[in-house]
Design a protein around this ligand. Sequence first.
Ligand code: SAM
Length: 232
Amino acid sequence: MKLSRKIRKLTQPVTYRRAWRRTQRAIFPLPLQPLLASVDQQRLREIQQRYASSPVEYAKYANVERWLPMNRERVQDLKLHRSAPKRVLDLGCGGGFFLFILKRLGHSVLGLDVDQFPLFAELLDLFDVRGVVWRIKAFEPLPNLGEKFDWITAFSINFNLHYPGERLWGPAEWDSFLRDLQRHLAPSGRIFFALNPTFGRDYYTPELRDFFLSRGASVERERIFFRKGLRF
Ligand SMILES: C[S@@+](CC[C@H](N)C(=O)[O-])C[C@H]1O[C@@H](n2cnc3c(N)ncnc32)[C@H](O)[C@@H]1O
């Protein structure tokens, strides 16, 4: 890395926030081995063999050993391995890695995803994580989920796209979505999104960033955190 770039990084607050998160992960570790040992290994290998030669991009999620460490970091960064049991809803949960870890830690979890690629349902079943099949669409409310949640999360999301055209949601779509999520949030509930830099574009426009801030979020690159709930 060029010296000028290194110096520029040192002037950015995000550099120190990331370093602090790394430090905290080291101070409060979350060993994965006991969690992984609780999974039916024979069934896992059988799933992995079946998807080993799949050309579908999502087949990469069969590599549980690769995705669990990343999801451990998510759990650690939200301090959910140091928290009393919470009810957690994860939107676009995929194979349910994040929820699997949370469930083993004693949290009550629910995943929501489209029923598009069978691997996800197989992994959710393997991990014993409850899932709701639902396609999130702009301006359409989520179904009745039968309970309220202390946390609503979504990682590497791509439900915030209009098809066809792949136009990203703007403030109007997000406002409608957040108002709907409020119905599912328990008092003092929190919402955390990790956005995807979709199709080579940025995470958000300046207008959308301002919108998230106006609704009470802290915004750090892809991390949109409504730590104190939503502000309307
Ligand atoms: C990039 S993957 C991320 C999966 C998981 N959150 C993770 O980080 O490992 C995006 C996920 O969002 C789901 N998804 C995409 N569009 C969706 C929609 N409209 N409603 C619900 N889920 C959706 C996909 O099926 C997929 O599981």
